[in-house]
Ligand binder design. Structure first.
Ligand code: NAP
Length: 390
């Protein structure tokens, strides 16, 4: 509205209210939302003031609101990990469809359901050439039908293999390599939280075998293709559960007598980050970037069967698989992802890797842990094509 002095009066109304079952969270979130509004208004005022025009370096108002909303959500784990986080962040500035991926080849493990399937659909819709890894033909074909229905005309296909079985991992890489001249994005998504101890055919605990050891030679054997397609990306789907664990190699693989599926899972997820940093150390300047992310809490078959109690309580606040997969798709497509390396993401922003002081390792200790874990995986997998400093 114009003023008599020749300026303008600008009013700013933001109605941040969650709907449906999520409205249960409105009373809890009223105060953070009010603070978001206040800080957003402050950002708007600064952005419009002459002081800023004369050289201030504040971010634009929309970005300031987005950043403030994001920080507030991140401070509350439930707000950040649940659908509240996904939906509030999605409405903030700069959140659009990721760029097209036409002609880029992506390989996604565990894409028969949940986050992996949503990732495959998301990338197919952006025009990528999609290859998924599945353990069974029937599930693979069902997933392929969903992907092709969502993105008609997509070039999609599958390979069969269990990530916990090293001979199958080697066979996967051997099958993929000759048929594809490039690999732009490799997504390590396959994973499960097992209630009872299970061993692979080589006698190793399945969680660690399939989520830490198996992905290691798969990346290694596909590295020539990734390098040939540089800048290319390797994305590890980890979990916020890893915040509860400090990395200890001695405790990584649990014995049957002391087995706890949740602990085995969160330790494996922490180990994925340690290994990701080691890949970064060993492949600097290669044009291949490595990132890890966590999807928040999403409503998937894996959560329904792996954490039934959690699922029952949290169901109204769980994200959709698409919301969980959003950051994987964004990391695969966005140019921002190749200008950084070795970060841990949630909802398109890098996050701290520790929330508790007892899980934190100094840089030296983290580098030593990475070397030890690398050597351990190399021995298990029989692959070490990337010695440090090579
Ligand atoms: N949903 C969440 O809230 C959440 C939170 C944090 C992290 N995550 C992570 O997100 C990833 C996907 O989980 P999700 O929730 O989407 O579960 P999901 O729907 O159960 O999907 C898991 C996928 O992994 C595959 N898989 C499991 N073990 C495998 C193995 N040994 N070899 C090959 N494929 C294997 C499954 O294939 P089959 O068809 O053969 O069973 C399935 O495609 C996992 O790494 C999980 O840890 C999920």
């Amino acid at each position: 509205m114009p003023t008599q002095e020749g300026g303008s009066i600008l009013t700013y109304d933001a109605d941040l209210r969650l709907k449906g079952p999520l409205s249960l969270a409105n009373p809890v979130l009223a105060l953070p939302f009010r603070r978001i509004g206040d800080r957003g208004l402050g950002g708007l005022r600064r952005a419009l003031s002459t002081e800023v025009d004369q050289g201030g370096d504040h971010p634009p108002a929309g970005e300031a609101v987005a950043r403030t909303a994001d920080e507030l959500l991140e401070a509350t784990v439930v707000g950040s990990f649940s659908s509240v986080g996904a939906r509030v962040r999605k409405r903030t500035a700069g959140w659009g469809l990721p760029p097209r991926m036409d002609g880029r080849v992506v390989l996604i493990t565990g894409a028969t359901s949940g986050i992996g399937l949503a990732t495959a659909v998301g990338m197919a819709r952006l025009g990528a050439i999609v290859r998924i890894v599945a353990r069974g033909k029937e599930r693979a074909e069902q997933a392929l039908a969903i992907i092709t229905e969502a993105a008609p005309g997509v070039d999609a296909g599958y390979l069969l293999g269990d990530l916990g079985e090293l001979d199958q991992v080697r066979a996967l890489a051997a099958e993929f390599t000759p048929g594809h001249g490039r690999l732009d994005v490799l997504v390590h998504n396959a994973g499960a939280l097992l209630k009872r101890y299970r061993a692979t055919s080589a006698g190793n605990e399945v969680t660690v075998a399939s989520q830490v050891v198996g992905p290691y030679p798969l990346t290694g054997l596909l590295l020539p293709l990734l390098r040939a397609s540089a800048p290319s990306r390797v994305i590890q789907v980890s979990s916020g559960g890893m915040y509860t664990e400090r990395f200890e190699l001695d405790e990584l693989e649990m014995e049957p007598s002391a087995y706890d599926g949740t602990v085995a899972y969160t330790r494996a997820k922490r180990a994925q980050l340690v290994l990701m940093h080691e890949w970064v150390r060993r492949s600097a300047e290669s044009g291949v970037v490595f990132h890890a992310m966590h999807p928040g809490w999403a409503d998937t078959p894996g959560v329904r069967t792996g954490l039934p109690g959690f699922y029952k309580v949290m169901r109204p606040l769980l994200r959709s698989s698409e919301e969980g997969a959003d950051t994987v798709v964004w990391l695969a497509a966005a140019p921002e992802a190749v200008v950084t390396d070795g970060r841990f993401w949630l909802d398109r922003r890098p996050r701290w890797e520790n929330k508790a002081p007892w899980t934190r390792l100094s840089d030296d200790r983290l580098a030593r842990a990475g070397s030890e874990l690398w050597a351990w995986c190399a021995e298990r997998a029989g692959w070490d094509g990337l010695p440090l400093g090579a």
